[in-house]
Design a protein around this ligand. Structure first.
Ligand code: GLU
Length: 293
């Protein structure tokens, strides 16, 4: 079967070596060892966060990929232009009674979590305490009319309705989906009308992605994506959660202060294609390693 993979950066900053590592693997999975032909490799710009996304980062991403010799099929797709598609998916979930509006601010949630003796935690910290889940229909309708709101999944109800789910991960094998641990995650942000979870699930299906290659930091998110696929009747791709690159201090590049950007390497005259070939062969530049966790 011909495979379709994608690279899906958020243009909220310049790319670093960890992104090159991810892009090279996604590209190689679809295209073999760099030759054209074979599968499809797509570029999706995940710019739903309009407050943090910048056109100059998009420009740099395109230049970085060209420098690495990573070509993509078709034009890059921008999530900011696909909001209608996500709204449609949200409507489907509303019709199933599986989402509810949430009026809480971050401060409201922090206060609620602090007041609770044993706030459950997901992969991203304490899960939403469920404050708005139990609003009466009347209060909900009144507040909906006048207050900014997000939409959250009613996780317990969604999980009960979907039944047991699994997905296949190249590293972990068959994984039993456990989205409940993530709590009532946001599917439509107050500011953006959609969230990462909903946009990425809808897009991977709409774009015919058969293989999702991304860092292990997103492994937990896949539990949620698998559930959304079941609820929206979408196919489940194969997942390849690769280990993250770390610096010599063991810290993740994304969080590591001063990690060199691909742009700085490009402008310094580093050979991008040679770098991509090294990464493809699993050879990391000096001072970088793969995280063991
Ligand atoms: N846009 C996400 C990021 O830059 C990646 C999403 C994905 O690969 O699923 O971290």
């Amino acid at each position: 079967m011909s495979r379709t993979s994608r690279f899906a950066p958020s243009p909220t900053g310049r790319l670093h070596l960890g992104h090159a590592w991810s892009a090279v693997q996604a590209h190689a999975l679809a295209r073999g060892d760099g030759a054209t032909g074979g599968g499809r490799f797509l570029l999706r710009i995940e710019d739903i966060d309009q407050g943090r996304s910048r056109p100059e980062h998009v420009e740099a991403i395109l230049a970085d990929l060209a420098w690495l010799g990573i070509d993509h099929d078709g034009p890059a797709v921008f999530q900011s232009q696909r909001l209608a598609l996500y709204a449609q998916a949200l409507e489907q979930l509303k019709a199933q009674g599986l989402v509810y509006p949430c009026f809480c601010t971050r401060a409201d949630i922090a206060r609620e979590v602090a007041a609770s003796a044993s706030a459950p935690h997901g992969s991203d910290g304490p899960v939403y305490p469920g404050t708005c889940r139990s609003l009466s229909e009347a209060v909900r309708a009144e507040r909906l009319a006048g207050e900014p709101h997000a939409w959250r999944i009613d996780m317990a109800r969604a999980v009960a309705g979907a039944g047991p789910l699994t997905w296949h991960d190249a590293g972990a094998g068959t994984v039993i989906a456990d989205p409940a641990a993530q709590g009532d995650v946001v599917l439509a942000r107050k500011d953006a009308g959609v969230s990462y979870h909903l946009a990425v699930t809808v897009d991977d299906a709409a774009q015919g992605v058969t293989d999702v290659v991304r860092g292990r930091d997103l492994f937990a998110a896949t539990h949620v994506h698998r559930l959304l696929q079941a609820l929206l009747d979408l196919p489940t791709p194969d997942y390849h959660h690769h280990p993250l690159l770390v610096g010599s201090d063991g810290a993740r590049l994304a969080k590591r202060h001063g990690a060199p950007t691909l742009e700085s390497m490009r402008l310094a005259g580093v050979d991008g294609r040679a770098l991509a070939a090294d990464l493809r062969a699993g050879r990391l530049p000096l001072g970088f390693a793969l995280a063991t966790a």
